[in-house]
Design a protein around this ligand. Sequence first.
Ligand code: ASP
Length: 296
Amino acid sequence: MAGALTPEQEKAYLDKLSEALQTGYTILTNGGSSIDAVEASVRILEDSPLFNAGKGSVFNCEGKNEMDASIMNGKNLKAGAIAAVHTIRNPVSCARAVMEKSSHVLLAGDGAEKFARESGIEIVPPSYFYDEERYQHWIATKDLEGASWAGDTYITNPEKKLGTVGAVALDSAGNLAAATSTGGINNKKFGRVGDSPIIGAGTYADNKTCAVSCTGEGEYFIRQSTAYDISALMEYKGFSVSQAATEAIKKVAQLGGEGGLIAIDNQGTISVPFNTSSMFRGWIDSKGEKFTGIFR
Ligand code: ASP
C-alpha cells in the first residue's frame, strides 16, 4: 500500500516495477522458466529501498529488520521458504535454495541463516538493511496507540505501512510459479512470522490452477489460507481466477483484514484484487504490453 506520494516518488516506484517486469519478461521470452522469472523479478524489488523487502525492510519492535520469503513451483508443487532472518541479502534466493537443496519447505531464524551460508547465498551485515527513512518511520510510530498488537488483530493504525513484494508468472512450457518476500509489518513483535513464507497463505502455485502472491495483514491471510483458497476455489468449484481471487480477498475483509494479491491462471489471465486504497502492481503480457499502477 502507498501513502501520499510526490510525483517523483510515484515515478520511482513505477520505474522499479517496470524494471522488475522487464527482467522477468526477458527471461520468459528467452525460453526461461517461470521460477527463474519470479525469483529475478523479486530480487530487483528486494534490492530497492522503495519496497518492504530485502534492502527496504521495515523495523520490528526492537528496531531490527526481520525478513520472510517463499517461492513455489506449480509444475511439481515444490516449495521453499525462510522466516525471521536478518542477514540474507536476497531472501527469495535463499527460499529457492531451501526448495532445491534441502528436503524441507521452511527454515527459520538462525538455522535459515546457517543454511544460507552453507548454500553460498549472499550474506550481508544487518546494517545493510538500515534505511534512514524506514527507521525514522519506526521511531515516529512505535509508541503510537495502535502501533502494537491487540489480541489477534492489529488495531488500525494509519501509519502502519505495508509493501511486501511478490511475482507470479506463466512460462512458455505452461508452468506457473509464485514468489513473495517481505520485511513484515512495521513494529511487529520479535519472532513474528507473517503469511509471506507460509505456503498456502501468502504464496501458492499449481499448474492445474494458478499462481498467487499476497500482501497485507498476514495474520488474516494465514487464517484464511488465502493463496491456497484461490487455487481450491478454482479446482473444486470451477471458479475463474478472478472470481476466486475476489472471493478470497472478500473473506480476508470479512475478518477485518486489509490487503491484496496478484494471481495468474494457467491461461495467462491475471487478477489483482485489493481492498486497500492503493497497491503497487504491474503486469506484462506475452506481447510485451506492460501496465504499472499504484492507486485504484
Ligand atoms: N503480508 C506481510 C506480512 O504480514 C506484510 C505485507 O504484505 O506488507 O508479513
